[in-house]
Design a protein around this ligand. Sequence first.
Ligand code: NDP
Length: 282
Amino acid sequence: MTVVGLGPMGSKMAETFLGAGFDVAVWNRTASKTEPLVARGARHAASAADGDLLVISQIGYQAMYDSLGEARLDGKVLVNLSSGTPEELRAAARWVAGRGGTLITAGIMVPPPGIGQPGAYSFYSGPKDVLDRHAATLESLGGITYVGADEGLAMMYYQSLLLIFWSSLTSQMHAMAMLRTAGVSPLEFLPFVRETFTQLGGDGVMGFATILAEEFAAGTYPGELNSLDMQLAGIGHVVHALREAGVESTVPDALRRLFERAAAEGRGHEGLGTVIESIRKP
Ligand code: NDP
């Protein structure tokens, strides 16, 4: 196979394939980045389109167009693990098909050191029979989670999890910054953060992620025990607390305004989950 794109991710992918005993060719826009991999046994690819299986990891999909240029792709399989928008991925699949190739899209859920390690996995979308033919190779990078034929889906799953990742960790940053102003060390607070993340992902009365998914699936958001109105007042206090502490409050205030809109739309008596109905209609 040929690994196209040798940033931190692509380089580690090429290294992992080499370690698994595959015949690996490498290509990168800045050619000098191929050298460490060639020193470990990779071949120089003659071009980005040189190979039957192209494993691509670049900054975005424009880089793939720039790298492949006018090349024909007859019979080739391109597995692109770069970030983009779902629409970009769908358009890329049509572009590749127009040149005779097949595109499998993917979103890889680990940073470079995690590639090929236990627990690593990627979301894949596109034609399943083509993915299956290359599963034994791609499994070197981590588990294969196939999410459907629609080429945009792998990225939508990937981005959905990034959204949770970024917003959860940014909330932790706000919390740690506020507590620090009262002299609380982040490590003193850490056990409570860990416990909260564990509970959120669990089952039972504190398993809020499960409750939210079930409520959204059912389309009902019972709020007798903890209404959105109550939580809107609560998040208002949090925003004021952040301001009192003299730390940044823009993001929490944006959340507060979102809650406020859901309440203004007449659903303040429902539970927090009802906010998703406002998210669905910007
Ligand atoms: P970058 O996102 O910085 O991508 C670097 C690579 O893109 C280099 O090979 C660079 O070539 C190439 N590139 C950029 N522009 C062009 C262009 N116009 N034409 C050709 N090649 C181009 O590095 P990463 O390796 O960190 O990320 C790769 C992908 O993996 C990204 O889409 C990222 O979102 C995703 N990802 C990254 C993770 C991470 O932790 N790093 C984790 C999960 C996913 P050159 O060397 O010539 O500049």
